[in-house]
Ligand binder design. Structure first.
Ligand code: SAM
Length: 198
């Protein structure tokens, strides 16, 4: 595995090297679209209608062929092994069921396919920051917020069966000057495990 503590700049390069059918979960307003090669077959799954329309507008603006679908990561209406690459940036904090979302991502990605990720993640267990993240998630969750800052998303990616082959960790300033840990990198669905063959 390649590791570094560099900031997330390389995410654009990772997206620029993808080919074939690319699935992006939770594209939001389509901020990643500009980085894809123009010949990818891009599918976005976005539950929010307003964000879907923003993504469609952005795709039209840059001339990318995009299928923006309503849905949720936890239940993908796509066949097993049907996408060549998957992308989710700042989405694992928001999905209702992280394990289900990652299991679905694993299922639809072809064996050997790449999953490009970027997420903010929980501070180390036992720190005051981690306790604060837990309290923040409980309070804001009670008011309907969906972003949970106390998730161990890297572990969840590995637990889903992905091999993390490139990992960058970096801190960005958060509330009260706290450094919020971010991760960005690439995971692979192993070529010959679990279910379908290449
Ligand atoms: C913080 S935004 C990130 C948007 C974009 N990926 C980015 O990097 O700017 C989280 C996105 O995940 C979407 N989302 C929330 N729950 C989801 C789910 N269960 N499945 C797919 N997307 C979801 C939200 O609607 C939103 O667009």
């Amino acid at each position: 595995m390649t590791t570094s503590t560099l900031a997330a700049g390389p995410t654009s390069a990772r997206l620029g090297s993808l080919h074939g059918t690319v699935l992006e979960l939770g594209p939001g307003a389509g901020g990643n679209l500009r980085w894809y090669p123009p010949d990818v077959r891009w599918i976005g799954i976005e539950p929010d209608a307003h964000r879907r329309s923003l993504t469609r507008r952005e795709a039209a603006r840059i001339g990318l062929s995009a299928h923006v679908l309503s849905g949720r990561a936890e239940r993908l209406e796509l066949a097993d092994g049907s996408v060549d690459a998957a992308v989710a940036t700042f989405v694992l904090c928001s999905v209702a069921d992280q394990a289900a979302a990652l299991a679905e991502l694993f299922r639809v990605l072809r064996p050997g396919g790449r999953y490009v990720f970027a997420e903010h993640v929980a501070a180390p267990a036992g720190t005051w920051l981690r306790r604060g993240q837990g309290a923040w998630a409980a309070v804001t969750g009670a008011f309907g917020a969906t972003c949970r800052p106390n998730r161990e998303s890297l572990r969840a990616i590995e637990d889903a069966g992905f091999d993390v082959v490139e990992l960058h960790r970096y801190d960005l300033p958060g509330p009260f000057g706290a450094g919020i840990t971010h991760i960005a990198g690439v995971a692979l669905r192993p070529a010959a495990t679990r279910g379908i063959s290449p």
